[in-house]
Write a protein that binds this ligand. Structure first.
Ligand SMILES: NC(=O)c1ccc[n+]([C@@H]2O[C@H](COP(=O)([O-])OP(=O)(O)OC[C@H]3O[C@@H](n4cnc5c(N)ncnc54)[C@H](O)[C@@H]3O)[C@@H](O)[C@H]2O)c1
Length: 403
């Protein structure tokens, strides 16, 4: 099915960005929210994104006006009868999202797709309250959506292949890189990212490196920013919510480091609250050092190495591959386009192949003995090592290489 007209429900942080992305592709889009004031704020956000393009000389004034005209604000459902896809971007609460989909369903045609931008809620559960579960799908954009290329396309249990194909094509028409992700808690990117961010916090608690040193190690590896800078950008409150969802599904291997709870308790959510792992207002660093010392006193210590943080993410990627959450190439694409995994390393699984899977297995076992069950190696990793699929040097690992 071709998408000739779209609608976005919720004109907040993500909704406005998504509407801009759709209009930029030349597709008319309705932007709906609860009242005119919020709709206007959303339209203003869209305008600002275009004005920045204008200032940078990337578009002319008439091109900007033409695109902006494609975004029409709405507080009701008057113009919804001919939309082909509705993307909801209302706050992350299951009951609210269910209510929105049920409400929308009464105003759109029978074959309209209902997509959700949820970060972590179940697509299957959301679909179950509609009369078209086969047309309900996850379409997870990343912030800022007008910059980030990745879109996770997530079918629920009842979603049809046709719907997935339509949303993949639509994402491509929006100049995005869609990856198909089979439903699991955290989907693909958050499931891999959170253990990485959390492990950095465990290292900090052990007192063998400062947040700055760990961030520098990540940047030296090739990430655009370090794990603590990233948590501060994303918001510790948002990350904590995602970790809760991950823990509910995967258990204690996703348990947050204690420093997360300490910062959370102190309202240090990151940039938006003026302080997090770093300071952004005039609170001073005494508070952070005090909180850190509290948890550091309660833990042992070891030497810091960045590999440990990376290999935990490799292990989670292997678990995803084993569970058929995504293909190896899509996992790599998602890591590069979604979290800025260094492009020259071609993604986490290519990186693992480069290091050697036997080396990674050995290191994971050492970490398991030292730090506990969260490092237990993925069964597939063991099988691959046993079969001699050791990575690039042997011509075969997660990918095949000509020797
Ligand atoms: N913010 C991010 O970085 C990010 C990234 C990826 C995904 N998400 C997901 O996107 C969704 C939206 O997040 P956000 O950060 O844009 O939230 P937000 O709070 O900025 O915006 C939500 C908007 O929805 C509106 N809304 C609430 N109820 C509504 C209703 N019944 N009908 C129409 N509009 C309604 C609110 O008025 C608000 O403008 C969430 O599911 C979130 O998990 C957020």
């Amino acid at each position: 099915m071709n998408i000739y007209k779209a609608a976005v429900i919720g004109a907040g942080t993500m909704g406005a960005e998504i509407a801009q992305v759709i209009s930029f592709a030349g597709i008319p889009v309705l932007l709906k929210d609860v009242n005119q004031e919020v709709v206007n704020q959303g339209l203003e956000k869209v305008r600002k994104i275009y004005e920045r393009r204008l200032q940078k000389g990337k578009m002319t004034a008439s091109e900007v006006e033409e695109k902006i005209k494609l975004v029409q604000g709405a507080t009701g459902f008057d113009a919804f009868s001919d939309v082909d896809i509705v993307i909801e971007a209302v706050p992350e609460r299951m009951e609210l999202k269910k209510k929105v989909f049920q409400e929308v369903e009464a105003h759109v045609s029978e074959d309209a797709i209902l997509a959700t931008n949820t970060s972590a809620l179940s697509i299957s559960e959301l679909g179950s309250v509609t009369r078209r579960a086969e047309k309900v799908v996850g379409m997870h954009f990343f912030f800022p959506a007008h910059v980030m290329k990745l879109v996770e396309v997530i079918p629920g249990l009842a979603t049809s292949d046709e719907t997935v194909d339509d949303v993949v094509s639509f994402s491509e028409a929006l100049h995005k890189m869609p990856v198909r992700v089979n439903e699991c808690a955290g989907f693909l990117v958050n499931r891999l990212l959170m253990p990485y961010l959390n492990e950095a916090a465990y290292c900090l608690e052990e007192g063998t490196a400062t947040a700055k040193q760990i961030d520098q190690a990540a940047v030296a590896f090739g990430f655009p920013m370090g794990p603590f800078q990233l948590v501060d950008q994303l918001g510790l409150d948002v990350c904590a919510d995602v970790v809760k969802v991950l823990m509910a599904s995967y258990g204690n291997r996703m348990a947050p480091a204690q420093i997360w709870s300490e910062l959370y308790g102190a309202g240090r959510y990151g940039v938006k609250s003026g302080a997090g792992f770093y300071e952004y207002d005039k609170r001073g660093s005494d508070e952070f050092m005090h909180l850190l010392k509290r948890v550091q006193r309660e833990r042992g210590s070891s030497t810091f190495d960045f590999e440990r943080i990376l290999y935990l993410m490799v292990n989670e990627a292997v678990l995803c591959l084993e569970e058929h959450v995504s293909s190896a190439s899509d996992i790599d694409l998602a890591m590069v386009a979604g979290i800025g995994f260094p492009q020259d390393k071609e993604g986490i699984l290519h990186f693992a192949d480069q290091v050697g899977l036997d080396q990674i297995l050995t290191k994971l076992m050492q970490c398991y003995e030292q730090h506990g069950a969260r490092f237990w190696p993925a069964p597939l990793l063991r099988r691959m090592v046993g079969a001699g699929f050791l990575g690039k040097a042997r011509g075969r690992g997660f990918f095949e290489y000509s020797t």
